[in-house]
Ligand binder design. Structure first.
Ligand code: FAD
Length: 265
């Protein structure tokens, strides 16, 4: 398989840097082709601004959605963004790797998503009408490909459990896993999360590395998170409300959008 790892840490000698090297080495040992986008090393520009749309007239009001749509449609996105889109189309698997910063991804990685996931590419795809709300959540440009997160967190695992004070990790990562990755079509694998990392020592590193190697060996076979497909019949169109007879076991929250056992299949 072809794997793109997007890496967001400013220090190559960091724990994240060491885990990236472990992942890349194991993937290559398995015969996969790997490319890495190292955002800090590459000096990735993280904010959307006028410079992203060179074809926009100097006196024109910048409307980011319209500008993105036009630039993607006319192939006038900037070269750095085009290169990342080309890598996403090349890769069978996308891995986003980052330290959890303020319960989310570092700004540079959010900026990669903001700029690379262009209108017509990652959103605004497919028919939008009272019968369909586009190709998204299980359909879209990146359908058939897999994605997963590699995340390190300073907090304890218990603090991210279902009753933990930080909130469940699956909820915290839902905007990324569901909103960013599932949205344009990826099958999203369960994340690889390492907790309490600020206390990690050399002895603690090897078991983490070995678990990561195991996840890299099963990239092709790990079942994805069974998110509900938008156009699979579970949602009323166009309100996009989950049908009332579904999700009774959870009642509310992000977990509604994961098939429950009775509905899975
Ligand atoms: P590093 O600091 O590089 O290393 C961590 C430890 O691993 C060190 O003790 C290092 O010696 C050790 N280590 C062991 N083996 C190796 C090896 N082979 N190579 C390198 N190091 C090794 N945490 C949360 O849980 N929730 C948050 O919301 C959150 N917000 C944050 C916001 C900010 C702005 C910052 C700076 C931190 C935040 N944290 C949070 C903590 C953060 O998630 C961790 O600091 C981060 O995940 C650690 O990853 P790192 O790669 O920077 O580790």
């Amino acid at each position: 398989m072809k794997v793109l790892l997007v890496f967001a840490h400013p220090e190559p000698r960091s724990l994240n840097g060491a885990l990236r090297d472990v992942a890349v080495k194991e993937l290559q040992a398995q015969g996969h082709e790997v490319r890495v986008s190292d955002l800090y090393a590459d000096g990735w520009k993280s904010e959307i601004d006028r410079a992203d749309f060179p074809s926009l007239a100097a006196d024109a009001r910048l409307m980011p959605v319209a500008a993105s749509r036009n630039a993607f449609g006319t192939d006038t996105l900037t070269d750095d963004v085009k290169a990342e889109i080309e890598k996403l189309l090349w890769a069978d698997v996308l891995i986003l790797q980052f330290p959890l910063w303020w319960f989310s991804m570092p700004a540079i990685l959010k900026g990669w998503v903001d700029r690379v996931f262009a209108f017509g590419f990652a959103y605004g795809v497919g028919e939008h009408s009272d019968k369909r709300w586009g190709d998204r959540y299980g359909e879209g440009t990146l359908v058939g490909k897999r994605a997963m997160l590699i995340v390190t967190a300073g907090g304890w695992e218990a603090h991210y459990a279902s009753r933990g004070v930080n909130g469940p990790i699956d909820d915290l990562l839902f905007p990324i896993n569901h909103g960013i990755l599932y949205y344009p079509g990826y099958d999203v694998l369960p994340p690889f999360v390492t907790y309490s990392v600020d206390r990690l020592d050399e002895a603690g590193f090897e078991p983490v590395a070995e678990s990561l190697r195991a996840r890299m060996r099963t990239l092709e076979t790990t079942p994805p998170i069974p998110y509900r497909r938008q156009n699979g019949g579970d949602y009323h169109i166009p309100s996009m409300q989950l049908r009332p007879e579904l999700g009774e076991a959870v009642a509310a929250g992000f977990a509604l959008h994961v098939q429950d056992e009775t509905a899975a299949g």
